[in-house]
Design a binder for this molecule. Structure first.
Ligand code: 0O2
Length: 219
């Protein structure tokens, strides 16, 4: 016989995770709408890919423990901002800020916090634009404001972060070590490639405008 307390806890946990999953769906739809609109207007997609996840129970417990918070459902709701997480992979650097601005301009979205690890990269070279937002979700009997962490980065930044994440789990290394230095070097090369690619896109766009103007003057 499973104790009643445990059954209640499991049911509450399942319900809360369902609510976070619904919040992810709401934000994801908003991002997909923006991407569709921009791809028609600008003839290219600013968003390459959207990934999402709800945090795994073990990661929730580990984070609450690491931060010195109580390990309860209430504590999770009050203290963790990234139970619902969305990762938006953009094509170019400027797409990141355009997508972020368009999302937060929507009047049902409240910005709770922003961490710009692109303007201020982490010491190890990590770059990404993080936002904690709140979005209302309508359930059968209530309207609930839910927190979602949105990480926006380029494909190149995502490539580095994914590999660094894998390597961190495979071994324990210090960021001041040779390996740490090499990883930082890769992050810096990637950042400069991102800037170069944006420069190339802008030159092509400018050439397109010049060509259009010269065709117009010929007519
Ligand atoms: P997961 O599996 O992605 O959920 P924290 O650093 O977690 O104590 P905070 O304020 O939540 O505190 O951190 P932050 O910096 O806003 O964002 C944390 C998330 O950003 C991480 O989530 C990663 O997804 C990503 N991140 C931050 N720094 C790095 C890094 O150096 N390398 C990589 N690869 N990712 C990073 P979680 O919870 O760690 O994991």
């Amino acid at each position: 016989q499973v104790p009643e307390d445990m059954v209640n806890f499991a049911q509450q946990f399942q319900e809360i995770m369902m609510m976070y999953t619904c919040a992810i769906r709401e934000v994801k739809t908003k991002l997909e709408v923006l991407n569709d609109e921009l791809s028609v207007r600008n003839k290219r997609n600013p968003i390459e890919l959207i990934k999402s996840r709800v945090k795994k129970p073990m990661s929730i417990v580990e984070k609450l423990n690491r931060k010195g918070f109580q390990i309860t459902l209430e504590s999770m709701i009050n203290n963790l901002d990234d139970v619902a997480g969305i990762r938006v992979i953009c094509s170019f650097l400027d797409d990141i800020y355009e997508v972020a601005d368009m999302l937060v301009r929507q009047d049902d979205i409240k910005v709770v916090a922003i961490k710009d690890y692109i303007k201020n990269p982490k010491e190890n070279g990590y770059r990404s634009y993080h936002m904690i937002i709140e979005i209302p979700v309508f359930f059968s009997d209530k309207k609930q404001s839910m927190r979602v962490e949105v990480q926006i980065r380029t494909m190149a930044m995502d490539f580095w972060a994914s590999l660094e994440h894998q390597l961190k789990y495979k071994s324990v290394f210090d960021y001041s070590s040779e390996i740490g230095r090499q990883l930082k070097e890769c992050a810096d090369v990637i950042a400069s490639t991102d800037s170069k690619m944006l420069g190339i896109r802008k030159s092509i766009e400018n050439k397109g405008i010049e060509l259009k103007k010269s065709k117009e003057t010929m007519i």
